[in-house]
Write a protein that binds this ligand. Sequence first.
Ligand code: FES
Ligand code: FES
Length: 913
Amino acid sequence: MDGQAPHTNTRFTLNGTPVETTPFAGERLSETLRERLGSRDVKIGCNAGDCGACTVLIDGQTACACLVPVQQIEGKSVDTLAGLVKNDPQAVALKEQFQDHGAAQCGICTPGMMVSAVALLRETPSPSEDEVKDALGGVLCRCTGYRKIIDAIMDVPSHLVETGGAGAAIRRLDGVDKVTGAERFGDDVAPAGTLEIRVIRSPYPHAGFVFGDLDGWLAKSEGMQAYLTADDIPGENVFGVIPPFADQPAFAETTARFRGEAVAAVIGTPEAIRAFDVAQFPITWSELPCVEDVTKARQNGAPQLHPGRAHNVMCGGFVKTGDAQAALARADVSVAGHFNSGFVEHAYIEPEAGYAEVVNGRVEVHTCTQAPVMDREALEILLGMDASQIRIVPTGVGGGFGAKLDISLQPYLALGALKTGRPVRLTYTRTESMQSTTKRHPSDIHLEIGATADGRLSGFHFEGAFNTGAYASWGPTVANRVPVHASGPYNIRDYTADAKGIHTHCPPSGAFRGFGVPQSAIAQEVLFDALAEKLEMDPLEFRILNALEDGVPTVCGQVFDQGVGAKACLEALRPAWAAQCAQAEAFNATAKAGLRRGVGVAAGWYGCGNTSLPNPSTIKSGVTALGQVVLHQGAMDIGQGANTVIAQIFATALGISATELQLISADTDVTPDAGKTSASRQTFVSGNAARLSGEALRRDILRHVNASDASVLRFENGAAILSDKGQTHHIDLGALPPNSEGYVFTACETYDPPTVPLDENGQGTPYAQFGYAAQLAVVEVDMALGTTKPIKFVAAHDVGHAINPMLVEGQVQGGIAQGLGMALMEEYLPGRTENLHDYLIPTIGDIPPIETLIIEVPDGHGPYGAKGLGEHVLIPTAPALLNAIKQATGVRMTSVPVTPSKLREAIKGQTDE
Ligand code: FES
Ligand code: FES
């Protein structure tokens, strides 16, 4: 809470009830509501008025609670989502509409969205799309792409069904808490007054440091309980998601390698932490030379970040088939380009947050995470403790997109609880989150592609350098994955692709939706348009001609007998392509001077799961003596819908409806390891484990009464009832002996995708399945200003089998919004764009209509044919936009983001030529 001196009492009405508090001078309303009055349905994403997550109504008007000093609301009336959904008819209806449309994914933005929508609907009961966009323009969502939020508020008809298994567009099973504000995220679980932690970070990209008299500082710091440095780490001071590359300390020991790296932490009462002045902390810094650019980092004499990684090359990946150079030499046409992209920030609305305590000698960490078991494994090493002594209890996750796969604050929470013996909490500030957590890898790519006169690809040579920052994180995965995917989903016989991860004194680059593939797809898909142009072929038909098919080897020599949906996605775009190109042409013929429209197309593919490595998932299920079916579902739902989709698959295998299940979500004490939520693996891998678990449970139940496979199963009044070819079997569940967990039937099954390691030329079976996509983008460019306005997207995605079509659409729309951001506006600059004011992500006003075409080409390994989807959704978006900009302006952009100033310069350069 801001300030120190208690102020006079403040009285106001909260959700219809009079309240009285004694805030500090200048205390923010958001903090009063959350910490004094328990209204944790009011969310904090930035504390600076940039995200709108904290939106409440003050005397009926929307306001960001983080910007309002609580003393200013004396005598006023404050409404939050939790109160509105109880008392306000508009909110009660909206609660249903949001669920019917899947308008809440992770749910962290939902209170701000719904409160803003209530204010709108009171004034305008049937708003237009523009009115919705105006009213919600100040609330950011990073998951949904906003379209389903607009649909929910406008109450357009949804295609929802009430119940069902695989294939049914049912509501999210975990949706109610998201639309009532009851969902508990990382900052919502600690009791008020818990000791707090503040991390001390390097102000320099590269610096040595020494501590002064820490004990003396502690002794004179009122309310401070302890400090933490590397000396407090009982185990090894190192972590990393890929063990052979683990290189990151929880606290730097003598040298910080990036701006924002943690060197120490202090623990104190909330008041002491607020009064803490980092300038008084006894530490002396010595700034050192740094290198932040991959080209300079590889030069002789550049500062070296890690021993044994000469020229700062962390590692590389390589794929070769045929003879690319010979094919390029004999090609009738060829094109080449140099492409680059910058850091992209995940910008989830929930900053990292959590709470830890010691319970019966075990440390329990409650935090937002994509990978609870990996978190525990990292803490085992850092704490020098056995896994049995550590429990990870994930909270709701307010967006992840890859960055919450790595640990961030988990060590500080665990160390703080162990050192003080008291519960501790920590929530990163927005700037701290952006400075210290992983980013999308900046890329520097050289690519040459050839084709024969009849339009067949002939030779593909790719070289990419990826800025992996100060530590490895998921850099090795990016380096390995990119060469496998850089071809795109096309038939290329002569191919080389080489990718390297290069260390710099920048924040670590890690996992971000696509693991490097969105960057390589920009180069490949933009040059495909250049090739089509040289060949005077239609860009879509050129892609269809070269698309991968069943029975045709990938660049890794992998051959799929079924499930290759690349051509189906591209062919699905034909009608929209023809119509949109014609419309753009007509527009350009009549539009006022200075506005030009263009249409672009691009495709993408993505291998689901780890690259040539085991990545098993285990799912447990049981039936209680009362007939309740329980699913222990440890796959983290970070908004994408794993809780619902995996339950739908399990329910289909068991033979009941998903809405009949009781879900037990991830907790390392009670759910088996379903692996991490990454690489689009949960629907495929955990889905298969859920299918196996459902099938095994069903088999056991059927076997109990020798019922046939055709039996129809239901649970009623403590009995399992099987209708079997006119015969009915009753199993009195209460008469069966329960196991230690109370289950009378139980099953626990594991699935691990079949893959084969890649050889030295990258040949093998890296993934058991790929998903495919093709997208079309229409843009309008202001030729004088250089601004690009997306007008429409049509997205065809092959998901094998849509387990929940509503959630598929939500993923596609959210991915396109992120791809749009990467293409047109997002650029993380260390030290410069470290907040949501300077770092721009798409708002509701930036996202045009998105038409989703669900393509179902069943996969041989997927549960009921299903394929993963999460990463695929943004891979074609940026290149489709760049190709549309080219069609509109004649300028082929090779660097993202295509900001107005860059495009304006390029257009001007073209005009000047
Ligand atoms: S938390 Fe208030 S606007 Fe972001
Ligand atoms: S649902 Fe909007 S930020 Fe996640």
